[in-house]
Structure formats: C-alpha cells, structure tokens
Design a protein around this ligand. Structure first.
Ligand code: GUN
Length: 288
C-alpha cells in the first residue's frame, strides 16, 4: 500500500483564496483585518518563518506590520510594545515570534497579549477555552492539522489518535482538538517507554517531537493517517520531518510530507485566526 500524500500546499492555496474573498467582503463593510508580528533578535529560522507569514498575510489582503527589535531589548520594553498593539484598533492579531532571548520570560509575554488578539492561541484564557470546549482562538498548527484531516475525509470519531510530543504549541492542543472530535487520544513524549508499542496502535499518528526520522515504517499501523509536524534541519542543510517518509508511506493510508505538509497550513491558519479575531472584535464593538 502506498499512502495518499496530503498536500498541505494545495489545501492551503484553496483556503487562502477563500480567506482572500472573505477579507474582500469584510473590507466592503469597513473592516480590514490587521496582523502585527513582533520579532526579537535575528534568528534565521524565525526570519524565514515570518517571511512566509508576511507573504500569506499580504496575499490574503490583511494589513500587516512587522516590528523587528534587537535581541537585547528588555522584557519591560517588549511588554510596552505589546500594550501599544493591544490598544491599536487597526490590528486584530498580535504574534510574538518564539523563541525569545533567554532574558525575556515567554509566559509574561504571552500573558500580556489581549486574549482576543492572541492569534497564536497561546494565552491561558484561550487554552482554557479550548480545554472546556468554548469558542476561542486555537493554536495554528493543531487547527491546521484538524482541517487537513477533515478535508481528506479521515474519520476521527471513535478512532485511536496517538500524539507524540507534549509541547504547548502542538502536542497538548492537538490532543484536545482530537478529543473534541471524539477520538480516543494517547499522548506520548520523550520519556515514554516503548514508544512504538503506542504508535503501532494509532489510526491517526501525530508526530511533533523534533527528532529527525524518529518514526520508522515498522512503527506505523497499516492504513494510518500520519501527520508529521517535525522540521529538522540536517547537517546537509536538508529539511526533514520526524517521520521516515519513504518507509512510513508504504504503511500509512495518508501521510504529510516535509516540507509541503503541515508548514503551509500553519501559516494559513494564522491568517484564518486573524480574520476570526477581526470579526469577533468588530462584532463586540457593535454590541457595545
Ligand atoms: N515559533 C515556532 N512556531 C511558532 C508559532 O506557532 N508561534 C510563534 N509565536 N512562534 C513560533
């Protein structure tokens, strides 16, 4: 069996053109969704991610602003910048690119963004809403994964989903979203004993642990849907996922490639969250 390749680039393209139409009609009503990204330092990986986010934002017609600061700004300065964007009505979404320099506490920064502008879905209010089943902004990578699985017609209800990784950005929120879809969810992590015992049982296998080629073909159940969130740069410069693609695709029913799978969809969902935030904030103003 050779798996169906889930083409994140194509799915993204379609979603971006739908979002562009939605933004056009919002603009006709006088609403232009705006996204501000704040970058501290010059990490090449962060710069490259942000370039992709800016391209998508502009393609979709969002107002976009990048604030780029040197790596030695203080935490207080950064918090003041966030306060300014919290108060700036032109921007409905604020994203502070992570990781931050070690002298800045990420949790303080995430807490400072207004939950209604937290297009990363990292604020404790949004995480709490996700866990309790309330409408809020959901972390982009997990939201994109669910969207891809649904578009491909992968059944989630009653299936066993195994998540490898327990990060706040991917592992924990995707486990919650899968639960919401009535999957039976197991979360594994770097200390899990006999990882393959679990992965071999997965109808849906989400791998987000950041270890190149950790999951081999023999770790995958026949016909499973395999979602590879890994983005590992090998010494050769090649970008590779957490799943050994060539082996796993012979076992799986569906599989995402790296690059071209989860990555483009994550960026698209950031634009989606910005449009959602704009609609919610502007609707709130009308009620007030
Ligand atoms: N760095 C890597 N991924 C992300 C993300 O999804 N959001 C933010 N803010 N920073 C990141």
């Amino acid at each position: 069996m050779t798996a169906k390749i889930i083409n994140g680039k194509e799915i993204s393209k379609q979603k971006r053109s739908e979002l562009a139409l939605e933004v056009e009609s919002l603009k006709e009503k006088g609403i232009c969704p705006g996204l501000a990204i704040i970058l501290v330092g010059d990490s090449p990986a962060s710069l490259s991610y942000i370039k992709g986010k800016q391209k998508a934002a502009e393609e979709i017609g969002l107002l976009f602003k990048l604030e780029h600061f040197s790596g030695n700004i203080s935490e207080d300065f950064l918090l003041e910048v966030i306060d300014q964007y919290n108060q700036d009505d032109r921007f409905h979404g604020i994203l502070v690119q992570l990781p931050l320099p070690a002298h800045i506490n990420e949790l303080h920064v995430i807490d400072r963004i207004l939950p209604e502008k937290d297009v990363d879905g990292f604020h404790p209010i949004n995480v709490g809403k996700l866990v309790t089943g309330q409408e809020g902004l959901v972390s982009c990578t997990p939201a994109g994964i669910i969207e891809m699985l649904k578009i491909e017609g992968v059944q989630l209800s009653g299936k066993h989903a195994v998540v490898v990784g327990r990060s706040n950005i991917v592992g924990k929120p995707i486990a919650q979203l899968l639960l919401k879809e009535n999957a039976t969810v197991t979360t594994c992590h770097s200390k899990t004993a006999d990882l393959s015992y679990y992965t071999k049982q997965a109808d849906i296998l989400i791998v987000a642990i950041g270890r190149a080629n950790l999951i081999k073909g023999s770790d995958v159940k026949k016909g499973a849907a395999v979602i590879d969130v890994g983005m590992n740069r090998l010494d050769s410069g090649k970008l590779t996922g957490d799943v050994l693609f060539d082996e796993a695709k012979e076992q799986a029913g569906f599989i995402t490639p790296v690059p071209g799978g989860v990555g483009p969809m994550t960026i698209t969902m950031l634009a989606d969250n910005t449009v959602k935030a704009a609609k919610m904030i502007e609707a709130g103003k009308m009620k007030a």
